[in-house]
Write a new protein. Structure first.
Length: 295
């Protein structure tokens, strides 16, 4: 019965005139546009609020500001004891080093699991997958104690060094799935020419793995840039704050909060993520699509 209904639907769709098809297309796009506006409304309200005068942020019912002002951006950027440019620099340093560390360390670990043979390989791979099931809060206290004993608290090291030790099992698993889909004949041909495993990894595997490497880099950058809990635990001086911690300083439960500056800096905090995703969007989609079909 369902097959008959489907066939009738197809036949009915074929009988539509060009004008009817155009009307259906317009209505479909209008519905999609309406849903998109509904989903983007909080972001649009945030953008509009960043240009409103302070006394109109929560009193005006219209999303369109009655007057446009850049005071919130100027006040937000220079209104704190430390300039917001310092927070941006700190976030870029932590995010950039995290991207480099994750891509390098996780790709080497994934290459070992996918291409090399060593004792207890399956056991260690299973142990790595088990780390994905542990909540971050479980390992937080042991890590904090270790980093405090090393004297790394209130520095960037606790946020960066684990990335160079292949601590993100998700990216290792993602890359393993991708590497397993590459023909092993490439490795065998390279070995016959005298290539070492390191040379195979550097000269053959990495150039063929740009989509999955870009996927790992994009997710690492976004997750590190948006991270609030990690910097909150390890960073205590304002000169070491990231953008997310800097946004928190605009709200004060015991005094006056600068919501205009908060909304303005929140808009600026989205820009690096948006640009990073925009430039590498094609590689991200390709990496996710191809990795999902490997086994």
């Amino acid at each position: 019965m369902s097959d008959t209904t489907a066939k009738l639907t197809v036949v009915g769709a074929r009988k539509l005139t060009p004008t009817q098809r155009k009307i259906v297309s317009v209505l479909t796009h209008a519905a999609l546009l309406a849903v998109s506006v509904l989903m983007l409304y909080p972001l649009l309200w945030l953008l509009a609020a960043s240009f409103r005068p302070e006394n109109e942020i929560f009193t005006s019912a219209s999303i369109w500001p009655s007057s446009w002002s850049l005071d919130a951006y100027i006040r937000g950027w220079n209104g704190l004891r430390t300039s917001f440019s310092t927070f941006y620099l700190n976030s870029f340093i932590i995010s950039g080093l995290s991207v480099i560390g994750n891509v390098m360390a996780c790709s080497m670990a994934a290459f070992a699991f996918a291409r090399l043979n060593f004792k207890f390989k399956n056991f260690w791979f299973a142990m790595m997958l088990m780390t994905l099931m542990l909540p971050y809060q479980v390992t937080l206290i042991p890590q904090y104690v270790l980093f405090r004993q090393l004297g790394w608290v209130n520095t960037f090291l606790p946020l960066v060094v684990p990335k160079f030790l292949a601590a993100d099992g998700f990216f290792i698993f993602l890359m393993v799935q991708f590497f397993r889909g590459l023909p092993k004949e490439l490795d065998e041909a390279a070995q016959m020419d005298g290539c070492s495993p390191w040379r195979i990894y550097w000269k053959i595997i990495l150039p063929l793995s740009m989509p999955v490497l870009a996927t790992a880099a994009i997710f690492t950058f976004i997750w590190t840039w948006d991270d609030f809990f990690g910097p909150l635990i390890y960073l205590s001086e304002m000169k070491t704050y990231t953008v997310m911690l800097g946004l928190r300083t605009f709200t004060d439960s015991t005094g006056e909060s600068d919501y205009g500056g908060l909304f303005a800096m929140s808009v600026l905090s989205i820009v690096p993520i948006f640009l990073f995703f925009l430039f590498f969007q094609r590689l991200l989609i390709e990496g996710i699509a191809t990795t999902g079909m490997k086994r």
